[in-house]
Design a protein around this ligand. Structure first.
Ligand code: PHE
Length: 503
């Protein structure tokens, strides 16, 4: 299966307990070198507001400088065009597109039912402004507020979201998600049955499609994908789930039909008739929905993870003072969809201010495939190092190459609740720390960072890692001197911050 930009949800789709064991198996807690001991200012000013920093602060200036670009509402930007295309499949929904990205830990995690030891909270994967405030890791952070505001039954919400993550052509620490939800107020109907009838009627009016849909599992399963039986009857959950699935199937038909058209128009001939679009529903886990699913789409030879969704957690709605509402929600990554629609090969391009990129897209008229305007040579450099010895000679592991993307703002490195554990017994080295050093130093002049070798010395028990860093600018050819200079700084930071020994 191909995982494209920033919306794969598989890691977060595991229950927290499982994720912990999956990802902590290979890591050893040791005292972490605190974040930029030298350079954390006392306050951070973000969009005109000052926030005090503390030992939790880990958001670098390079990320804050991207804050507020609002690509998803920039006219003629491919992310904005994609957003509008998705919104257009939900007529009558209210579209919230300007909510600020600084949120509380409560908004991003607690209010959504994330357990206190949920790996999503870890500092290795989430950008904290301080212990109570962070850059949202998903648009779900606004669900409770939007439900509480109760200004429409259906709504979408698009925004920039932030995650410490791998460096490659489909991952970037800032990306965009769209949340969508539709609820019905049972108390507005004469009976629960009357509400179900209304949902059924609405379902019957949804556009029909002739897509092949694989949906092998029962709507709920006691262990794997439970019904919220304290709040919902089986019939209620069934009709909400059916409405959800059909609505999202219609949406992907629209998107992928547009993508096919653009491909045909560009002369890249269509294989679509031989290999028609298919959808499959995969059971999933999110703290804020149950039952939950991921949708995967078969498009031009690969299964693509497209979105996460489910029946909204009733305690979440109750927290929002919507005691009688019942409904569904989904979250979709916009970069992934836009990359498919327009054939954009590198996620960094979305941030480009180069007119050779921006001029290719327009809100008006048919969708056109992106035409690459230049190719500059890559400049690979390797960094090989010994990890510092931990007490037991144990070593710290790499993140499995970016499962992440989705809300995984945190990996299972946290062996105890980060909230209770202010003196961070975290890792000496986490792969995302290297990713961040490289991004901070090389900015958008780095295309890919990957582990190419790893071994443990049989006698000393020390672990050696080697990463290949592919420097390459999308806009110009980098000189050997500047690449060397960046690379030396990366090596220096690795030594200074993590005590590694360069080999
Ligand atoms: N918050 C989930 C994510 O970031 C997506 C999601 C949204 C899943 C709404 C279910 C419902 O991956």
């Amino acid at each position: 299966m191909v995982r494209l930009a920033c919306s794969s949800v598989s890691f977060w789709a595991l229950p927290a307990s499982l994720r912990l064991s999956v990802r902590s198996a290979s890591v050893a807690p040791v005292l972490r070198h605190s974040y930029s001991q030298d350079a954390t200012p006392r306050n951070l000013t973000i969009a005109g507001t000052d926030y005090p920093t503390d030992t939790w602060t880990n958001v670098p200036q390079s990320i804050l400088s991207q804050y507020g670009r609002k690509l998803h509402i920039q006219p003629d930007h491919p992310l904005s065009i994609t957003r509008k295309l998705v919104e257009s499949r939900f007529p009558g929904f209210r579209n919230h597109n300007t909510l600020p990205g600084v949120v509380t830990v409560d908004q991003n995690f607690d209010s959504l039912g994330f357990t206190s030891d949920h790996p999503g909270r870890s500092r290795t994967d989430t950008y904290y402004i301080n212990k109570d405030t962070l850059l949202r890791t998903h648009t779900t952070a606004h669900e409770v507020d939007v439900f509480r505001q109760n200004s429409s039954d259906g709504w979408t919400l698009s925004a920039d979201v932030y995650r410490r993550d791998a460096v490659d052509r489909s991952h970037y620490p800032v990306f965009h998600q769209m949340e969508g939800a539709l609820t019905w107020d049972r108390s507005a109907f004469a009976s629960r049955q009357a509400c179900m009838d209304a949902i059924r009627e609405s379902f019957d009016k949804l556009p029909k499609h002739d897509l092949v849909v694989e949906d092998p599992n029962p709507t709920f399963h006691a262990e794997r994908n439970p019904l919220q039986d304290k709040y919902h009857s089986a019939d209620e959950a069934e009709i909400v789930a059916a409405h959800l699935k059909r609505s999202l199937e219609d949406m992907v038909v629209a998107i992928f039909t547009a993508a096919d058209k653009a491909l045909i128009a560009s002369g890249q001939s269509s294989e679509s008739e031989k290999d028609p679009l298919k959808v499959r529903w995969v059971e999933a886990f999110f703290p804020h929905t149950s039952p939950s699913w991921e949708m995967e789409v078969w498009w031009r030879g690969d299964w693509l993870e497209v979105l996460g969704c489910g029946v909204i957690d009733q305690p979440l709605l109750i927290r929002a003072n919507q005691l009688d509402r019942i409904g569904w929600a989904f979250g979709i990554g916009l970069e992934r969809i836009a990359m498919l629609l327009f054939g954009i090969p590198d996620i960094r391009l979305f941030w480009s201010k180069d007119p050779r990129f921006l001029k290719q897209f327009t809100d008006a008229g048919p969708m056109k495939r992106f035409q690459p305007f230049s190719k500059h040579p890559p400049a690979p450099r390797d960094v090989a190092f010994w990890l510092p010895k931990t007490l037991k000679g144990d070593v710290v592991a790499e993140t499995p190459a970016s499962t992440a993307s989705a809300p995984n703002s945190a990996g299972g490195q946290q062996t105890s609740s980060p909230r209770n554990n202010a003196v961070e017994a975290e890792l000496a080295f986490h792969e995302n720390d290297l990713m961040e050093i490289v991004r901070t130093i090389a900015g958008d002049s780095v295309e890919d960072v990957r582990l190419i070798d790893s071994f443990t010395h049989p006698k000393s028990n020390r672990r050696s890692l080697c990463y290949r860093i592919e420097y390459r600018s999308l806009e110009r050819t980098l000189t050997t001197e500047e690449v060397n200079e960046m690379h030396e700084r990366v090596c220096g930071e690795m030594v200074g911050r993590f005590g590694v020994e360069i080999r």
